[in-house]
Design a protein around this ligand. Structure first.
Ligand SMILES: Nc1nc2c(ncn2[C@@H]2O[C@@H]3COP(=O)(O)O[C@H]4[C@@H](O)[C@H](n5cnc6c(=O)[nH]c(N)nc65)O[C@@H]4COP(=O)(O)O[C@H]3[C@H]2O)c(=O)[nH]1
Length: 704
């Protein structure tokens, strides 16, 4: 080693040169000494570690420029820096790509220090080299991993205001649309903009202020304004003193996962057919409504909406048509809702509406009425028109129940009451209704066994021709002889039988019994007339109706023309195409058909003329006030004239006195039926009536 380097210390420790020599040889770092004044800073000394690192022996290097180490690598940034360090004669550090003697490449960190003489002039430069190839390689790998990541990675300064961004990887641009240059030095706040009311942001603020790890889900906005959901994971980076200098953040776009989760959540809470809230969500909404009403000291109503005779649509038209119809009804009902109301579907044709009370705690019946009106408008499915009505039961919070179950149950009970009172209306829950619901259940159980226990019988009521005073028909009316209750009127059990489906076997029993009875009368030599039997909606929907009637007629031996089927007006108008088909089949058999309760439904005249009908039966509600109410009288006259112009017969039911009879005869009504002639009586009484009474009937008619 050159004496000049150590000359200043020589006086103090004579062994120093030797020690330095040994130290250099033992030093693990590569050390090289270059002369500052020589051209190209020629090497004066290189220690063994330097030799090992470069593959050059010290002798090979001495007097030469260190450029030997970067042959062919002259365009490196580090070299420019080295030149500046040497020129300015200062300390400095650079990272270089070097070549060993054998041509292999390695990376080194070179630290340069100037050595000054006593006058302060730089005589040498000492270079300490460290092989950083491995470190750089692993750094490259990590950098590559970050660059290739599909998730956005961001480094923010912990010092600046708003945690300015110092680095973003390419995925950040792909995810957000912002190029690195557009976010550098800015706060990541630009990703959520004005959407500051987010739970996730509160969490992020806490993470940053407490300088801890954490994550939150945020609504972010891309450069083009579109929203996406991101999971942001944040970790603080501390320096050697433990001070947080940066935050590293990883951002995941979770929009799709969230959409999927939301979809699952939606499916769990909504009815697949109508998209309305289902029973689960309804329960939640009821709990919310209860909490809200308690806070505000107000009330709300739970309306149980059930479509009348919807099952018939399903039975006659199939489930696809039924589903379409339900969808239409749901859309209509929904269109009437305010944002505070909830409409849910419980299943089948049952809907629940939660509607807040109006000011003063009054139930909002207007919305309920509007719902009924909306349902009642004609519905069109598969080119066919349906007339459906709704029965609605209402329970009010808190008077009728303080939890969801009680409110729904009581609204349901009130809905049954609405059905009992003729359908197409709404009823409020009353405490007594529960008892009635229990009674109804009891009655239903008893009705199930009534047929096999032979508790049914038929009463007959004559129908009389107004011109001849002759009995032309006999209406068969069902009676239930209950072991405890005695005779139960049809009004109490027919609807129940209809709802439970029991009406089908009961109805066929009535048909068979009436045909048999008529045949007996004929065989007994009494004058011939038809027997009129009521056909219920369920029976009418029964695909086997025509077939069953044919076999009943064959079985009993009654000629088809002596059987009349009474169908209600609303029944035939429910589903016009089905009606046309069934009526044609019945006509082919040869039985008569009449429309009962005519005037109470809303018949479309254009449909009426398509139906092969023999007789219109004027509802007794019009006959009752025919002499006092000019409107009723006008309706009766209109029905009579309509029947004649459609070449149908017309009969008035519920005729109770001679003046009504007279009015009807004067207005060209063909036949009458009512207490004035006879109440419905058992078949045995009819025998007597027919033997003696035909004359009585004639006399009554002619006397009026
Ligand atoms: N106020 C008054 N009422 C009169 C007069 N004349 C007859 N009535 C009553 O009017 C009802 C006529 O029957 P509907 O309209 O077919 O109405 C029937 C019918 O819809 C149904 N029904 C009766 N039997 C059967 C049946 O076998 N099958 C089906 N599906 N329904 C039946 O039950 C309803 C009620 O039957 P009922 O209680 O027997 O009531 C009968 C009869 O008793 C009168 O002058 N004044």
């Amino acid at each position: 080693m050159d004496g000049q380097i150590v000359s200043r210390r020589r006086g103090k420790n004579p062994a120093l040169p030797f020690l330095l020599q040994r130290a250099m040889e033992a030093c693990a770092n590569a050390v090289v000494v270059c002369r500052a004044t020589a051209p190209d800073y020629a090497v004066e000394y290189a220690n063994p570690a330097f030799e090992r690192m470069t593959g050059y022996a010290c002798e090979e290097l001495v007097g030469k420029s260190l450029r030997i180490l970067h042959r062919g690598e002259a365009d490196q940034e580090g070299l420019t820096e080295i030149r500046a360090i040497l020129r300015e004669r200062r300390e400095g550090q650079v990272t270089l790509r070097n070549q060993r003697k054998d041509g292999s490449v390695f990376w080194s960190d070179l630290h340069i220090s100037p050595v000054r003489d006593a006058k302060g002039s730089v005589t040498h430069f000492v270079g300490t080299k460290c092989d950083v190839t491995e470190t750089l390689r692993s750094l490259r790998l990590r950098e590559r991993a970050i660059e290739a990541s599909v998730n956005a990675i961001i480094v923010c300064s912990a010092q600046g205001r708003g945690f300015p961004v110092e680095y973003v990887n390419p995925a950040f641009e792909r995810m957000t649309g912002y190029a690195p240059g557009e976010v550098m030095g800015k706060s990541l706040r630009l990703l959520h903009g004005n959407d500051v009311e987010q739970e996730g942001l509160t969490e992020i603020r806490a993470i940053l202020s407490e300088q801890r790890e954490g994550h939150a889900t945020l609504r972010n906005y891309r450069r083009d304004g579109s929203m996406f959901w991101s999971d942001l994971h944040i970790a603080p980076v501390r320096n050697e003193k433990g001070v947080v200098t940066h935050f590293v953040a990883a951002k995941y776009d979770v929009t799709e996962t969230r959409a999927y989760q939301q979809e699952l959540e939606y499916q769990a809470n909504h009815d697949a057919l109508t998209g309305l809230p289902n029973r689960t969500l309804l329960h939640d909404r009821l709990l919310c409504a209860i909490a809200r009403a308690r806070r505000a000291d107000t009330g709300f109503s739970v309306a149980f909406i059930d479509l009348d005779r919807f099952k018939l649509v399903n039975d006659t038209m199939g489930h696809t048509a039924g589903d379409l119809l339900l969808k239409q009804v749901a859309t209509r009902l929904q269109s009437l809702l305010r944002h505070t109301d909830t409409l849910a579907r419980l299943g089948g044709d049952e809907f629940i509406l939660i509607v807040e009370h109006q000011e003063g705690g009054v139930p909002n019946t207007r919305v309920v009425q509007r719902m009924m009106d909306e349902v009642a408008r004609p519905l069109h499915v598969h080119g066919q028109t349906f007339f459906i009505t709704a029965s609605i039961g209402i329970a009010n919070f808190p008077d009728d129940g303080e939890d969801p179950e009680a409110l729904i149950m009581h609204a349901d009970t009130a809905m049954y009451r609405a059905k009992e009172t003729g359908r197409n209306n709404f009823q409020f829950y009353e405490r007594g209704l529960n008892q009635r619901a229990m009674d109804r259940l009891q009655l239903e159980m008893e009705l199930r066994v009534a047929l096999e226990h032979g508790q049914f019988s038929l009463h007959y009521q004559p129908q009389v021709c107004l011109t001849e005073g002759r009995v032309t028909g006999m209406e068969a009316l069902l009676r239930w002889n209950h072991p405890d209750l005695g005779a139960v009127a049809p009004a109490r059990f027919i609807d129940l039988a209809e709802e439970t489906g029991l009406i089908v076997p009961i109805g066929y029993w009535a048909l068979r019994s009436a045909c048999l009875q008529n045949k007996r009368w004929q065989d007994a030599g009494l004058p011939k007339f038809h027997v009129a039997v009521n056909v219920s909606a369920r029976q009418f929907a029964d695909k086997n109706l025509a077939q069953c009637i044919t076999s009943i007629l064959q079985e009993t031996g009654l000629e088809p023309r002596y059987l009349e089927l009474e169908l209600t007006e609303s029944l035939v108008m429910d589903n016009v195409d089905h009606t046309v088909n069934v009526l044609s089949a019945l006509k082919d058999i040869g039985v008569r058909v009449s429309i009962d309760d005519f005037g109470t439904g809303y018949s479309s005249l254009s449909y009426l003329k398509r139906f092969p009908i023999d007789m219109l039966k004027i509802d007794r509600s019009f006959v009752r006030d025919i002499l006092h109410d000019p409107d009723d009288a006008a309706i009766v006259r209109a029905i009579i004239s309509l029947a004649h112009s459609l070449r149908m017969g017309v009969i008035a039911e519920g005729v109770e006195d001679a003046r009504q009879l007279d009015y009807l005869r004067k207005n060209r009504c063909n036949q009458i039926q009512g207490y004035y002639i006879s109440r419905p009586v058992p078949a045995d009484d009819i025998d007597a009536f027919l033997r003696a009474g035909n004359a009585v009937a004639m006399a009554a008619v002619l006397a009026a």
